[in-house]
Structures are given as structure tokens and as C-alpha cells.
Design a protein around this ligand. Structure first.
Ligand code: CA2
Length: 399
């Protein structure tokens, strides 16, 4: 039996990939919605992604509900399942029952963004028997699903609700050794959109947990499913405050909470320490953060993501930007670590350079590192040398 503390070996991880109706047509039509990768290419990619995590796959596709159910039954010994049930997602209680019955960790994947297409695609009758749902990330969603299964195997989580609904939850990982443990709150990026989720920070959560941090990798309402600047910020606040209730049973040290965010999650991290933060925050870390919403708007980053999150431009809603942008609310009042890659094509490094300079001018204690030759995602790739350097800097915030 796994005791939840020592990571089991990954080399034995076996994942079954199941694709449902019409996915055999992938790459032959509707490339605007489903891309140009064929099913065979996708299955080969899944094999390579699994191998990269030290695992193996079996892949099946069928257009028939009963066949899919038979494949699920046959997968009852797998370590994990990745399933795209196609249109059965939206109404097949039989597939839902099969997933529940075999009780294997199952990740639901959709290539397209099912939340912004026809109304009937928004319903999934399988989501709540799956451990995670990935949608709207193209075929890379299968990679993320495989990585998520690997991260859960590498270090198990306890998922805890901090409010109502599936978006107000967090994954808690407790390190080995005895507590009380310093706490790293993790806020994922993705321009606050609902196609991005906390699985994006699974890898760094596992690495920080190995380094002795209790990690609280939180979800929050995002644009496309009820989020937006005020709702999202309030949810992040509640997630941090909920640590006071979680602390006792889990050995958390509430005097050593560090909030770490990537990209748009970096905005939420910096914003979370402003004003009267309730639960005290010991330090904030922005990894390629959006510290200045107005500059981000002017730079046109995120393909309309800033304006969608802020529900308007700075010209339309100046007061909102003044309240929500960390740059407009300096000093933050707690030590700040900002790290940015100089090759970041999503959020340009000069935004962080100015932010860090201004924060220091206003009296904040700021460490700013610009890493040469590094882009946006590398910062959160636990295998990158950039991340190893970042993790060492974060470790210095432990005491
Ligand atoms: O986005 C997804 O992955 C879907 O699960 C794909 C299903 C669809 O019914 C779901 O609502 C969302 C199957 C669509 C596959 O259909 C194709 C049509 C033309 C070309 C390729 C695939």
C-alpha cells in the first residue's frame, strides 16, 4: 500500500487512451476546430508523451458506445485512463457508469473548447467521475492529461474545496518529514481563461513538495466559466484564507505562506498580498507575472485576455484597472521575487523589469532575475535549469 508520503516508481505506469465516436476522422476535416493531427499521429504522440513520463500506453478508438464500455472494463487494471468520449460525453450515462465502476483514475479530454461552442456541448455527464477535465488545448490536452496522471502518481494529492463548485478547490501535497511545513500557494497562468487549469503547475508542485514545501495548488473561477477580475480575486483570497482551517490537520505553518503565480497567476499572486490580506503572506513570487495590467493591455498580450478578464479596456474602466493592477498599488508590502525569461513571447520581460524597478522605488524588498534565452513555459518546466534556479530562490523564502 502506498502511504502517501514516499513517491512510488513511475516506470510501471500504464495508461489506456480511449477515443470515442468520430475521432477516427481527426485530421481529415474541420481543422479549424480539431486541428490537422490524425488519430494515428495522435496515438503515436501519446506513446511518446507517456514514455517521457516513464510510462506506456494502449490506445483504442471506437464509434460504438458498447465497445467503449467494453474497453473501459478491459482497462480496469490500468494505472490511469485518458478518455475523450466524443459526443457521448454529453449524454452517455452508460459510459459514465463504466468509468465509475472500474474506479481507475480517469482524465477526460476534449480537443476543442466545449464551453464556447453549441450549448449542448457544455454539459458533460462524465466530468464528476473523472479526476480532471482538460479541454480547448488541442491535441496537447492528451499530453497534459498523461502528465497529470504521472504527477498524481509521483506525489498523491488531497483535493479540498474552499468554496462552492468545482472551480473552488485546491490540491494539497504534504512533504515527507515532520511539520510544521512552510506553504507554497500555487496560481496557474493561461490568461485567466477556463481552458487553463491547475494541472499546468503539477510538475512544480511535485518538485516543491519534494523540497519540503506543503503545496496548495489552487483552482479558481476563470473567464468562460464564471470568472472575471473581482470574482477571481475574491476566490483566490478565500483559497488562501482557507489555509487557516486546513492547517491544523495537516501540519501547515501559517507564518510561512508564500504565494507563487505564473503569468496571469502571477498577477493574482501579486494582487493577493495587497490591502488587508487576512491570512498573512510571507512573500510573493511572480514567474513571468502580469504585474501591470495597463502595460499588458498596451502590449496587446494574451489575444484579448486582459480585456476579457477586466471586462473592458483601461479607457472603459479606469477605476477597475486602478484597483486590480499591482503596478498601481505599490508598495505591495511583503518581499517580492520576480523572475522573467528574456525570450518570453507571451508576456514581454520589460513589463516585469519596470514593475520590479517601481516596486523597489516605492520601498518594497524586490529580487528581480531576468533569465537569458528562456521563454514563458520553461519557467514552470520542472526539468529545466531555469526552474531549478527558481526553486532554489524559492527555497530561500522558507525561513
Ligand atoms: O473536442 C472534443 O474533443 C470533442 O470531444 C470531440 C467530439 C465532439 O462530439 C465533442 O463535443 C467534443 C467528436 C468530434 C470529432 O468529430 C470530428 C469531425 C470532423 C473531423 C474530425 C473530427
Amino acid at each position: 500500500m502506498h502511504d502517501g508520503r514516499s513517491p512510488p516508481k513511475l516506470s510501471t505506469m500504464h495508461i489506456v487512451i480511449i477515443n470515442g465516436p468520430n475521432l477516427n476522422l481527426l485530421g481529415t476535416r474541420s481543422p479549424d476546430v480539431y486541428g490537422s493531427t490524425s488519430l494515428t499521429e495522435l496515438e503515436d504522440m501519446c506513446r511518446a508523451w507517456a514514455a517521457d513520463e516513464g510510462g506506456t500506453i494502449d490506445a483504442y478508438q471506437s464509434n460504438h458506445e458498447g465497445d467503449l464500455i467494453d474497453h473501459l472494463h478491459a482497462a480496469r487494471d490500468a494505472d490511469g485512463i485518458v478518455i475523450n468520449p466524443g459526443a457521448f460525453t454529453h449524454y452517455s450515462y452508460a459510459i459514465r457508469d463504466a468509468i465509475e465502476a472500474i474506479g481507475r483514475p480517469t482524465v477526460e479530454v476534449h480537443i476543442s473548447n466545449i464551453s464556447d461552442r453549441e450549448h449542448w456541448r457544455r454539459t458533460s455527464v462524465v466530468s464528476d467521475v473523472c479526476i480532471a477535465t482538460v479541454f480547448g488545448r488541442g491535441v496537447e490536452g492528451y499530453r497534459d492529461a498523461i502528465r497529470h496522471l504521472a504527477a498524481r502518481t509521483a506525489w498523491p494529492i488531497e483535493t479540498i474545496s474552499y468554496g462552492n463548485g468545482t472551480d473552488r478547490v485546491g490540491d494539497l501535497r504534504i512533504p515527507s518529514g515532520s511539520g510544521p511545513y512552510p506553504v507554497a500557494v500555487l496560481l496557474h497562468g493561461g490568461f485567466w481563461r477556463n481552458t487553463a487549469a491547475r494541472d499546468l503547475l503539477d510538475g512544480v508542485a511535485v518538485d516543491l513538495t519534494r523540497r519540503g514545501w506543503a503545496t496548495w495548488n489552487i483552482e479558481f473561477p476563470r473567464v468562460g466559466s464564471g470568472g472575471g477580475w473581482s470574482v477571481t480575486q475574491a476566490a483566490v483570497r478565500s483559497a488562501i484564507d482557507s489555509l487557516t482551517e486546513i492547517a491544523d490537520g495537516h501540519g501547515l505553518d501559517l507564518s510561512r505562506i508564500v504565494v507563487i503565480g505564473h503569468g496571469s497567476g502571477g498577477h493574482l499572486a501579486l494582487r493577493s498580498a495587497l490591502g488587508d490580506p487576512g491570512t498573512p503572506i510571507a512573500a510573493v513570487v511572480g514567474l513571468a507575472p502580469i504585474g501591470d495590467l495597463e502595460a499588458a493591455h498596451r502590449a496587446g498580450i494574451g489575444n484579448g485576455g486582459v480585456e476579457a478578464f477586466m471586462e473592458g479596456t483601461p479607457e472603459q474602466s479606469p477605476d477597475r484597472y486602478a484597483a486590480a493592477s499591482p503596478m498601481r498599488n505599490l508598495p505591495i508590502g511583503v518581499p517580492i521575487l520576480v523572475i522573467h525569461g528574456d525570450q518570453d513571447s507571451q508576456i514581454p520581460a520589460p513589463i516585469s523589469r519596470s514593475f520590479a524597478g517601481r516596486a523597489a522605488d516605492r520601498g518594497d524588498t524586490v529580487i528581480y532575475h531576468e533569465i537569458e534565452g528562456v521563454g514563458h513555459e520553461t519557467l514552470i518546466d520542472p526539468r529545466s535549469t531555469a526552474w531549478q534556479m527558481i526553486a532554489e530562490e524559492i527555497d530561500r523564502l522558507k525561513s
